[in-house]
Write a protein that binds this ligand. Structure first.
Ligand SMILES: *[C@@H]1O[C@H](CO)[C@@H](O)[C@H](O)[C@H]1NC(C)=O
Ligand SMILES: *[C@@H]1O[C@H](CO)[C@@H](O)[C@H](O)[C@H]1NC(C)=O
Ligand SMILES: *[C@@H]1O[C@H](CO)[C@@H](O)[C@H](O)[C@H]1NC(C)=O
Ligand SMILES: *[C@@H]1O[C@H](CO)[C@@H](O)[C@H](O)[C@H]1NC(C)=O
Ligand SMILES: *[C@@H]1O[C@H](CO)[C@@H](O)[C@H](O)[C@H]1NC(C)=O
Ligand SMILES: *[C@@H]1O[C@H](CO)[C@@H](O)[C@H](O)[C@H]1NC(C)=O
Ligand SMILES: *[C@@H]1O[C@H](CO)[C@@H](O)[C@H](O)[C@H]1NC(C)=O
Ligand SMILES: *[C@@H]1O[C@H](CO)[C@@H](O)[C@H](O)[C@H]1NC(C)=O
Ligand SMILES: *[C@@H]1O[C@H](CO)[C@@H](O)[C@H](O)[C@H]1NC(C)=O
Ligand SMILES: *[C@@H]1O[C@H](CO)[C@@H](O)[C@H](O)[C@H]1NC(C)=O
Length: 282
């Protein structure tokens, strides 16, 4: 029988049996402790962000309960930040079942004119921008020469820089456009430009509400997805088998903390097969 005609059911079964066989205890002693730690010490910060588990860690939740690059920091039991590629973001929401979060650039929080202007970047081995056009880029343009054509059209998209951001002669203007249009504005007309993702919904709200400012639009943030990489797939089987996912901090590999000790993939026991039955036979 050619492999391609194999029903997906038996492929699943083989993978699960394989994982079960290769899951052998790696060591014993002081093990429950790690399971208990990762199980109990979720990341909590204020009313919005709480009960956050793998792949996140930070504050009371130790690094071995999460993945490198997912460290959260809590300020005054109120606001959470994450650092991605040297850029600090405010974390506004995390949806653990969808593996996504809403983040907003900390350097543009309440002030669209930071001293150092930079594009928004993510570490694409760990994160991705939310799907287009749900998430889209704005281009913020700074220090542009007045030009009647866009001065008029983009009147609502203008924003002011406080005096601190260099010597801004009043004849220079700042405004945003959707990045589709940014190539229509010649290089020489503006001193700098940066890209900032926002929710399309937020942009619609902005155009529909005369009182909403560009600052407020950017503060709503954008969706970032964290990938379904091997680490998360491996983590699913661990979680279903009753374990707590973590990282072996010496090898940087996924590890499954079980009640009776760490395993490489999932926790052993007849419960594993029972837990998988509903998935296999629905
Ligand atoms: C942090 O804030 C939350 C919600 O505002 C509150 O329930 C919790 O008790 C606070 N924790 C600490 C340690 O103050
Ligand atoms: C991050 O910051 C370090 C030191 O400040 C610098 O060497 C590095 O190039 C920066 N990386 C990125 C991606 O900006
Ligand atoms: C991106 O994430 C990967 C995986 O954690 C890490 O190895 C790499 O150093 C990160 N890249 C940057 C530029 O931070
Ligand atoms: C989280 O994502 C799931 C879908 O993956 C969705 O059903 C749920 O409404 C989301 N929760 C929030 C608070 O957005
Ligand atoms: C995560 O994805 C779900 C489903 O696609 C979406 O409804 C939700 O708004 C997203 N959540 C965040 C925090 O961006
Ligand atoms: C937005 O710009 C970033 C670069 O800053 C790019 O990586 C990303 O793909 C762009 N997103 C869309 C939807 O065009
Ligand atoms: C700001 O720039 C204007 C001309 O562009 C110049 O006349 C003025 O002296 C500058 N002010 C300061 C404080 O540098
Ligand atoms: C104004 O902008 C338009 C479109 O980019 C360009 O064609 C025109 O030359 C500009 N005019 C001036 C006075 O800079
Ligand atoms: C692990 O399983 C529990 C239910 O048993 C679920 O609530 C939780 O979201 C799962 N966590 C991950 C990271 O899949
Ligand atoms: C288990 O916890 C101990 C102490 O908290 C820690 O030193 C060790 O690295 C953890 N084990 C693994 C495999 O991460």
């Amino acid at each position: 029988m050619p492999l391609l005609s194999m029903p997906p059911l038996s492929v699943n079964l083989i993978i699960i049996i394989f994982l079960f066989i290769v899951s052998s205890p790696t060591s014993h002693g002081a093990d429950n402790e790690n399971y208990t730690t990762c199980h109990q010490k979720k990341y909590d910060c204020g009313g919005q962000i709480k009960g956050i588990g793998y792949p996140f860690w930070g504050e009371d939740r130790p690094p071995f309960c999460g993945v490198q690059g997912f460290e959260l920091t809590c300020y005054g039991n109120e606001s959470t930040t994450i650092v991605i590629q040297n850029q600090t973001f405010h974390v506004l929401r995390i949806n653990q079942s969808a593996n996504n979060m809403t983040i907003a650039r900390a350097d543009l929080w309440d002030n669209l004119c930071p001293v150092e202007l930079s594009d928004t970047t993510l570490n694409f081995t760990l994160f991705d921008f939310g799907p287009h056009p749900h998430v889209l880029n704005l281009t913020l343009l700074y220090g542009c020469v007045p030009n009647a054509s866009y001065d008029h059209i983009e009147a609502r998209g203008h924003f002011q820089c406080p005096e601190v951001a260099g010597n801004q002669s009043s004849s220079n203007i700042n405004f945003f456009v959707e990045d589709l249009y940014d190539s229509y504005i010649p290089e020489w007309e503006c001193k700098s430009r940066i890209r900032v993702p926002v929710f399309q919904e937020g942009l619609y709200a902005f155009w529909g509400d005369d009182h909403m400012t560009v600052e407020e639009l950017v503060k709503q943030g954008f969706e970032a997805d964290y990938h379904e990489t091997d680490k998360f797939l491996a983590c699913d089987s661990c979680n279903y088998s009753g374990g707590e996912c973590g990282t072996d901090t010496t090898t940087n590999q996924v590890i499954c903390f079980c009640h009776n000790g760490p395993q490489s993939y999932m926790c052993p026991g007849p419960g594993v097969y029972l837990l998988f039955f509903p998935q296999l036979f629905h």
